[in-house]
Write a protein of this length. Structure first.
Length: 153
């Protein structure tokens, strides 16, 4: 996204701002949806409610470690409260990704253990993780150990 668009978003959304220190209400949230909950969708949702917990699209550990971190992690501060959803099943890669995400001050980092998509299942994460509770525990602990942000499943 071009920097000029960031300024436009800030101007439009400045009256809808919350901060990372604001307690997160769990009464209503917008689930992470692949190919939908990008920053433009979240902008629209933020116009509708400034307290709703918004989730990013799921970002895989491979995309963060080997791809454009800024593109995957950057968001506008007025999107708070916002949670990053990570997809992966390797505790070390999830720890690296959680550490990278910590620098972006998300309100929460969520480990995807529910996505039923064929694309996700072929990568051995998402809903397939529910079959291996000990791996989920290892992934969760690895993320929590390196992050100063709450980690959820």
């Amino acid at each position: 996204m071009a920097r000029s668009t960031d300024k436009q978003l800030h101007t439009i959304m400045s009256t809808h701002s919350t901060t990372a220190s604001t307690p997160i209400s769990r009464r209503f949230s917008v689930a992470p949806m692949m190919d939908y909950t990008d920053r433009y969708c979240r902008y629209f949702h933020r116009l509708l409610s400034k307290e709703t917990l918004l989730y990013t699209e799921m970002v895989t550990t491979g995309a963060l470690i080997h791809g454009d971190q800024y593109r995957h992690l950057h968001y506008h501060p007025t999107e708070h409260p916002i949670a990053l959803q990570l997809g992966g099943s390797d505790p070390k890669e999830l720890a690296i990704s959680a550490r990278l995400a910590s620098d972006y001050q998300y309100d929460e980092i969520n480990l995807n253990c529910g996505c039923p998509s064929d694309r996700v299942q072929s990568g051995k994460f998402g809903a397939t993780l529910m079959k291996n509770a000990s791996l989920v525990a290892d992934c969760f602990q690895a993320m929590q150990d390196v992050s100063n942000i709450p980690v959820t499943i």
